[in-house]
Design a binder for this molecule. Structure first.
Ligand code: AVI
Length: 323
């Protein structure tokens, strides 16, 4: 992976459009069609995800925010002075602001995100609101081996931040690979990680099937993005949002379900969808506190304090990365 230096943005020249095209071909050609949820997050997808986070049914965001607020002092004490905050995904500015506000004199903030636009907006807003903070955005796919910009640290620890239970969108092997990479990048520091917990399936079902249809729009936006960027001819009315809890696998699965037999073209190739056939777009794994701690330990972290809400909806983990 090579970095092209620009004044404020380090851009990765790994041709994400080429990856999307190749991954879409692979997905459409497979007997069980599935594609990475990372392709949800174009500008529109990122906006829709922000809207999901405000939904009444989608408890993870507000629960995690209240954990961050309620335990800010403990987190700050563990992090010490002049931490460098490395966020995997430049997701919610609200969350990182809570963290930055709690920390004693944070030295720098390094958001890493695949969506260059989202990243640039996040960086610009934080720069103007935290004039003393050095902001070093990195446009990269953090599921791939990662090198952080050199010379951005002061004396404090490197504190990784991976909120929102995005860890749950990886399959178990990817999650382990990600955590191993994070333990290496954060060596001597720690990772503050949010993980959604196993709970009543009805609560989970509602969170991914909101009444307003925002999650459905988020899911279907993948097809709109493919039409725009890859030239596919998906008929958006020909697919429905499908989301259900797969209890043995402890995960919500999201699918785009073909409403009828139909054909889709990509680069001159035709792919047939039967009625009811799906493109699997996302898994959102749910954890127990112990299963998450065991996974982190397997990746090389030393599991520290865990904070949960009274209803045990969500968990926030302090994971120390040995030097
Ligand atoms: C980003 N990620 C943790 C969300 C989740 O809950 O798995 C994405 C999402 N998909 C549908 N709603 C939200």
């Amino acid at each position: 992976m090579s970095f092209v230096m620009q004044p404020h943005l380090r851009v990765v020249d790994s041709a994400p459009e080429r990856d999307f095209r190749a991954d879409m071909h692979a997905a459409l050609a497979a007997p069980q069609r599935s594609i990475s949820p990372k392709y949800f997050y174009d500008a529109r997808g990122s906006q829709l995800f922000d809207a999901i986070c405000e939904l009444r049914e989608y408890y993870p965001t507000r629960t995690e925010l209240s954990l961050l607020r309620g335990h800010a002092a403990e987190i700050a004490a563990l992090a010490g002075r002049e931490a460098e905050v490395v966020e995997f995904g430049a997701g919610s500015l609200r969350k990182v602001r809570l963290l930055l506000d709690a920390l004693e004199n944070p030295a720098s903030y390094v958001p890493i995100d695949i969506s260059g636009e989202h990243l640039a907006q996040a960086a610009a807003q934080l720069r103007s609101d935290y004039p003393g903070l050095a902001v070093h955005p990195v446009a990269a796919d953090y599921t791939q081996p990662l090198q952080l910009p050199a010379g951005t640290r002061k004396s404090g620890m490197r504190l990784g931040f991976f909120p929102g239970s995005t860890i749950g969108n990886f399959d178990p092997e990817q999650a382990l690979r990600f955590l191993r990479m994070a333990a290496r990048v954060l060596r001597g520091g720690a990772l503050l990680l949010g993980a959604d917990l196993v709970k009543d399936p009805a609560v989970l079902h509602a969170a991914y099937n909101d009444e307003a249809g925002v999650t459905a729009a988020f899911n279907l936006n993948l097809l709109a993005r493919a039409n725009r960027e890859l030239g596919t001819d998906f008929d958006l009315d020909g697919f429905a949002h499908g989301a259900f809890y797969n209890s043995p696998q402890r995960r919500i699965e999201m699918h785009l379900v073909s409403r009828r037999a139909q054909r889709v073209q990509l680069d001159g190739q035709t792919y047939l969808f039967e009625d009811g056939e799906t493109l699997h777009t996302e898994n959102s794994h749910k954890f127990s506190v112990d299963s998450l701690r065991a996974l982190a330990a397997e990746a090389g972290f030393t599991a520290g304090p865990v904070w949960t809400d009274p209803n045990r909806l969500f968990s926030l983990h302090w994971l120390a990365a040995p030097a």
